[in-house]
Ligand binder design. Structure first.
Ligand code: CS2
Length: 499
C-alpha cells in the first residue's frame, strides 16, 4: 500500500477532509515542543483550520525533546497525518497538513534554537506532560535541583529541558532585537499559563538578572484548558485509517468526538482567528480548568487506579461495571461539584452528563495503565485540591480517599495477584522503596506515602481527617481488593443515613 504524503494526497477519497491550501506556501508561525498525540489531535487542528481559511502564516514546526519516532514516521509523509475520530456510532478521518516538519532536539539543539529564534515564529506551544516542566507539583515552583535544569544552567546554549530551550531562545531574540513569542502550555498543569511564566522567569533569573526581568515583564503565557480524550494509537486505529484513506499512515492519532478548548486571549505577538466552535476565548480560564481537572481528570485517575487494580484494561471496560459507574457518578455529583464555581457560559450539568458517556465510549481503547502514569504529578490538581476544599467545608471525602489509596496501592509496584506493575512516574523508584520499607499494612503504608511532600504538600499529611480517611480506604483495599472495595463503598454511600 502506498504511503500518505504530498504526492499521494490527491488520491484520498473525496469524503475525507484534507488540506486544500498550497502547502508549499505555508510559513512556520508556531514551534511546538513535545509533538505527541494530544497536540496533533487537537491544537494542531486549529492551526490547520487557519491555513484552510487562507491565513498561511500558521504552519507548525514540531520538536521532540527525546525520541526520534515521530520525526522518523512523519518525514516520509511530508508531515501529513490522519486524525481518526472514534465515537460509539462510528469513525471519521481528517488529514492534517499544518505540520511542516519535526526536529529531534537531542540530535541538534542549536537547530531547534535557531528555529525558535526566527522572527516569523509568534507562538511556541508545549505538550511535554506535567513532569516536563521540571517543577515541584505541590508548589508549582521550579525544581532547581532537577538534573535537566542544572544541566541547562551550566550549558544554556545546548539545553535539554523545555524551559531551557524557551529561555535560551528568548535570550537570543532579545539580543537580536526580535520581539518574544507567546508561550502556550497545552498541558494539564494547574494555572498552566501563570505556572509556566513563573518557571521561565525563574530559570532566566538564575542565568542573569536582566534576562529574568525581561521574561517576567515581556513574555506572555496565556492559560489554556484543552479537553479532548486522546488515547495512544493502536494497530487497529492504523488499520482503520488505511481502510478509509486507501493509503498507509504510520503515525495517525485517534480521538473522541468531544472537544473543547478554553484559551485566555492574550497573544501580543498575534494569533490565528481560532474560528472553530470548539474554541472559547475568555479572560479567565481558572474556573474552566478547575471544572475539568476535578471532574474529568479526577474521575479518570480514580477509574485508572481502581480499574487497573481490579483488572480492567481500559476506561471503557471499567464503565461496564455498574459499581464503578456509581462510584464516579457519586464522585462527580457529591464530592466534586460542591467545590466548583460554574464558569460563565458553561453548561455544568451537560458537561457532567457528557463525561459518563465519554468514559464509556467503547470505540476508544484508553488504557487504565496510560492514565495511571505520572500520578505524583497529577494527583494534586485532580484529586487533592478537591479534598482540600471538602475538608475546609467539613465535608466527607470517602470516594476521593479510595482513589488516593488506590494510587498508593498502585505505586507499591505489585498488583493484587502479586504481579509486577510497570509504574511510570518520575518518583517511581522512591515511592517503591518507601512502600517496600513500610510493608503491606495500611497504618504504615499510608502515612509513609502521605509524607511525600511533592504530592501532598505539608497540609494534607498533617490533617488527621485526611490521613484517617486514606488509611481506612487503603486498609480496605489491601484486605478486600479493588473490585470489592468499590462495591462496598458504593453500597454504603447509597444506604440511608443512620446506617
Ligand atoms: C488523562 C488526560 O492521561 C490522562 O491523564 O486523564 O490525558 C485526559 O484524557 C485529557 O485531559 C482529556 O481532556
Amino acid at each position: 500500500m502506498r504511503r500518505l504524503c504530498d504526492a499521494t494526497l490527491a488520491s484520498v477519497p473525496a469524503a475525507v477532509p484534507r488540506p486544500r491550501y498550497d502547502r508549499a506556501r505555508v510559513k512556520t508561525g508556531v514551534v511546538h515542543l513535545g509533538i505527541g498525540a494530544f497536540f496533533r489531535a487537537e491544537p494542531a487542528t486549529y492551526f490547520d483550520d487557519a491555513l484552510s481559511n487562507g491565513d498561511l502564516a500558521w504552519g507548525i514546526l514540531g520538536a521532540s525533546l527525546r525520541s526520534p519516532d515521530t520525526r522518523d514516521a512523519l518525514a516520509p509523509q511530508d508531515g501529513l497525518y490522519t486524525l481518526l475520530v472514534r465515537g460509539p456510532a462510528g469513525a471519521r478521518c481528517r488529514v492534517i497538513g499544518a505540520l511542516r516538519g519535526v526536529l529531534v532536539a537531542p540530535e541538534g539543539p542549536d537547530k531547534l534554537l535557531r528555529a525558535l529564534a526566527d522572527p516569523g515564529v509568534r507562538i511556541v506551544s508545549l505538550t511535554v506532560t506535567e513532569k516536563g516542566y521540571c517543577h515541584d507539583p505541590a508548589t508549582g515552583k521550579l525544581d532547581e535541583t532537577h538534573p535537566d535544569i542544572r544541566h541547562d544552567l551550566k550549558d544554556p546554549h545546548a539545553p535539554r529541558s523545555a524551559p531551557g530551550f524557551i529561555v535560551e531562545a528568548l535570550a537570543r531574540r532579545r539580543a537580536a532585537g526580535v520581539a518574544p513569542f507567546t508561550v502556550v502550555s497545552c498541558d494539564n498543569l494547574p494555572a498552566n499559563g501563570r505556572t509556566l511564566h513563573g518557571l521561565l522567569a525563574r530559570l532566566a533569573e538564575l542565568r542573569d538578572r536582566d534576562l529574568g526581568r525581561f521574561v517576567a515583564d515581556k513574555v506572555a503565557c496565556p492559560a489554556t484548558m484543552l479537553d479532548r480524550i486522546v488515547p495512544a494509537t493502536t494497530p487497529a486505529d492504523r488499520a482503520e485509517v488505511a481502510r478509509a484513506l486507501g493509503l498507509e499512515d504510520a503515525w495517525p492519532v485517534v480521538a473522541e468526538p468531544y472537544s473543547l478548548s478554553v484559551i485566555e486571549d492574550r497573544f501580543p505577538a498575534g494569533r490565528p482567528a481560532f474560528a472553530s466552535d470548539e474554541v472559547k476565548l475568555v479572560p479567565d480560564v481558572a474556573p474552566w480548568e478547575r471544572m475539568k481537572f476535578r471532574l474529568l481528570n479526577g474521575s479518570h485517575s480514580t477509574l485508572a487506579y481502581l480499574g487497573y487494580l481490579a483488572g480492567y484494561a481500559t476506561i471503557a471496560d471499567t464503565m461496564t461495571d455498574p459499581a464503578f459507574v456509581a462510584l464516579v457518578r457519586g464522585l462527580i455529583d457529591d464530592e466534586v461539584t460542591p467545590t466548583l464555581a460554574v464558569p460563565a457560559g458553561a453548561d455544568l450539568a451537560g458537561y457532567k452528563r457528557s463525561l459518563l458517556e465519554r468514559f464509556a465510549n467503547p470505540a476508544l481503547k484508553h488504557r487504565t495503565w496510560q492514565i495511571a502514569m505520572d500520578g505524583s504529578q497529577k494527583l494534586p490538581q485532580r484529586l487533592l485540591d478537591t479534598a482540600r476544599a471538602r475538608l475546609k467545608a467539613g465535608a466527607p471525602i470517602d470516594r476521593i480517599a479510595l482513589a488516593v489509596a488506590a494510587w498508593m496501592r498502585y505505586v507499591t509496584g505489585r498488583d493484587e495477584a502479586g504481579k509486577d506493575i510497570d509504574v511510570r512516574d518520575p518518583l517511581a523508584d522512591r515511592l517503591r522503596r518507601l512502600a517496600d520499607a513500610a510493608g503491606q499494612r495500611a497504618e504504615q503504608l499510608a502515612p509513609t506515602l502521605l509524607a511525600v511532600e511533592e504530592v501532598f504538600g505539608k497540609d494534607l499529611a498533617a490533617d488527621p481527617r485526611f490521613a484517617r480517611a486514606v488509611t481506612a480506604a487503603l486498609d480496605r483495599l489491601l484486605r478486600e481488593g479493588a473490585r470489592r472495595s468499590v462495591g462496598q463503598l458504593v453500597a454504603e454511600l447509597a444506604a440511608p443515613v443512620g446506617r
